[in-house]
Write a protein that binds this ligand. Structure first.
Ligand SMILES: NC(=O)c1ccc[n+]([C@@H]2O[C@H](COP(=O)([O-])OP(=O)(O)OC[C@H]3O[C@@H](n4cnc5c(N)ncnc54)[C@H](OP(=O)(O)O)[C@@H]3O)[C@@H](O)[C@H]2O)c1
Length: 250
């Protein structure tokens, strides 16, 4: 529901909003009256479902440190008010072998591994550090999107992806300690099998055999927990990793 209060409009910086979980997150926050600044490699999609999207979209390759630094200074200028109420580090990549197979420890070359870490791990800390003053001014909240693959071997997600998400979960704890002291909460959410394009053929077996609820999650079921972690309901939650997986982790 659109916000009906007279409170100043809150601002979210969301990486990777063009589809899937990021897209659902942009819609949820903007429906609640937030300004949503998005960034990803491509231009803002023509089928733009949230207001002021194109003006608040920044094209950036988060694998490229220099480009990420450039984007951060552009974001700081665009924020304007000096206050950022939420940062959601959602963008990620999960490369596959030729033919779609899983890339394991024996066959993941170091360039691929490093590329995955730049997007999935280094970009989130660069964003949080680069926007620290604005987050501090708003007593904001950071949500890092990890994965069930960060805490167990997954049949499809490769090793570079899994280790980057494990590192991001660990980074969330470190950030909760460091940023908590300046009034900024930092949490993560770990989705399981969510109905998006990242899923591999064969996921239906996992749904049948490993998920007690016997169904995929929807992107909005993830987005609404991200929303809770960025709002007053979670005001004393800091350093948590919330599983959103229908019980797959049990
Ligand atoms: N779907 C699942 O079941 C699942 C499960 C566990 C965890 N997750 C996590 O949830 C998050 C979202 O997943 P999803 O399935 O919604 O992903 P997705 O559909 O693959 O979307 C990824 C987003 O990241 C952006 N992106 C990718 N590389 C980028 C780069 N180098 N620079 C800037 N932006 C980049 C993409 O936009 P551009 O292409 O425009 O760059 C896109 O908006 C990810 O962190 C993923 O690891 C998903």
């Amino acid at each position: 529901m659109p916000s009906s209060s007279n409170a100043p409009r809150r601002t979210l910086l969301l990486t990777g909003a063009s589809r899937g979980i990021g897209h659902a997150t942009a819609i949820r926050f903007s429906s609640a009256g937030w300004r949503v600044i998005t960034c990803s490699r491509h231009a803002f999609p023509e089928v733009c479902p949230w207001g002021a999207g194109p003006e608040d979209h920044i094209q950036v390759d988060l694998a490229d440190h220099a480009d990420t630094t450039r984007a951060i200074s552009e974001i700081r200028q665009r924020i304007g008010t000096g206050e950022l109420h939420a940062l959601v580090n959602n963008a990620a990549i999960s490369p596959k072998a030729a033919g779609g197979g899983r890339l394991g420890t024996m066959d993941t070359d170091i360039d691929t591994w490093s590329h995955v870490f730049r997007v999935n791990f280094f970009a989130p800390i660069m964003m949080a550090r680069g926007l620290m003053e604005e987050l501090k001014a708003a007593k904001g909240s950071v949500v890092n999107v990890t994965s069930i693959a960060g805490s167990r071997v997954h049949p499809f997600a490769g090793v570079a992806y899994a280790t980057s998400k494990a590192a991001l979960a660990s980074l969330t704890r470190e950030m909760a300690s460091d940023f908590g002291r300046i009034g900024v909460r930092v949490n993560s959410i770990a989705p399981g099998e969510i109905d998006t394009s990242i899923l591999s053929p064969g996921t239906e077996k996992i749904v049948e055999q490993q998920i007690p609820m016997h169904r995929l999650g929807t992107p909005d079921e993830v987005a609404k927990i991200i929303y809770v972690l960025c709002t007053e309901t979670s005001s004393y939650v800091n350093g948590a990793e919330i599983h959103i997986n229908g019980g797959q982790h049990v």
